[in-house]
Design a protein around this ligand. Structure first.
Ligand SMILES: [Zn+2]
Length: 304
């Protein structure tokens, strides 16, 4: 039997990372190249990565690609990408022509979710909700190790909905989201992304700290950081409860920079019952297993 090798690629804002998996899902090779922030430079880097992996594997491998947006099933063009030079480009068609094979493209939060569902923290469960909390708040749904993409290809991506059960303070924070297609007051991402968390903190206490620095302060007993992290946990519990009301996943898996805060996994499960419409809350909140590798791994698993 021929060994089937899979290539997974993660298209970031400045670099493309690639991984080669064997049929057991073991990592054989990994590479990363920077590109200039334009469309053709990214295409060239992908072509070189795939050629290198093909040569190494001595076969034409399958290619899955995670992007910060989605490739529209309707038009074939990229939409909603924060790497803005990708928007409205026929990325999939161009790559398929250059790479001489069909490829699969998926939103990067979906790739994270798939990676954790297939052989990560969610491998023992059927229904998985993956949430990446970094500079943004992206998320995806998986059932039976398959992504539920939705008719608009935004299923599970609830980060730009309004923060549920807002308090007076949250209303008065006057938060407006600048992301195109959102621009809404009370957008949850502005409170819950690492960037949003730090911005609110800095505005309130007249500081200039990153989310990591605030977390370190919390560990050293700083009262402001403790208070704001407790509020943060309450907000995250509120919006997770909304997803429980819709999808009721067995596990909620956190990724991205904010997922490194250990207290979230203790406190959020205690807070969810306040907001979920259920006699008992059985959903688990877990930390990811594959860390930053989940993007490339999930992209490779698009051919499973
Ligand atoms: Zn928004």
């Amino acid at each position: 039997m021929t060994t089937k090798f899979k290539i997974g690629l993660d298209y970031g804002g400045t670099k493309v990372e690639g991984i080669l998996l064997n049929e057991n899902g073991e990592e054989i090779k990994r590479k990363r190249y920077n590109y200039n922030e334009d469309y053709l430079s990214g295409v060239e880097v992908i072509k070189n990565l795939v050629n290198e992996f093909d040569q190494f594997a001595e076969m034409q491998c399958t290619v899955g690609l995670g992007i910060p947006g989605s490739s529209s099933n309707e038009t074939g063009l990229v939409k909603n990408a924060n790497a803005i030079w990708l928007n409205d480009q026929p990325f999939q068609k161009d790559l398929e022509k250059i790479l001489k094979r069909n490829i699969r493209i998926m939103n990067d939060a979906n790739c994270f979710t798939l990676s954790e569902a297939v052989d990560g923290a969610g491998s023992k469960y059927k229904s998985v909700f993956g949430v990446i909390i970094g500079s943004g708040l992206g998320s995806g749904l998986s059932f039976n190790k398959t992504i539920i993409e939705g008719v608009n290809q935004v299923a599970g991506d609830w980060g730009h909905q309004p923060l549920p059960y807002p308090t007076q303070d949250e209303f008065e924070a006057n938060v407006n989201c600048q992301v195109v297609n959102c621009k809404r007051p009370l957008c949850a991402e502005r409170f819950l992304s690492g960037k949003g968390f730090a911005e609110n903190f800095n505005k309130k206490y007249k500081t200039n700290l990153t989310s990591e620095e605030i977390t370190e302060l919390e560990l050293s007993g700083d009262e402001r950081a403790q208070k704001e992290l407790s509020l943060y946990e309450d907000r995250l519990a509120r919006i997770i409860a909304v997803m429980i009301g819709i999808f009721d996943p067995e596990v909620i898996i956190l990724g991205g920079g904010m997922s490194n805060i250990d207290r979230l996994y203790i406190n959020i499960p205690k807070l969810i019952p306040k907001y979920a419409f259920s006699d008992k809350v059985r959903n688990k909140v877990l930390k990811n297993k594959h860390g930053d590798s989940s993007g490339v791994r999930g992209a490779a698993w698009l051919w499973n």
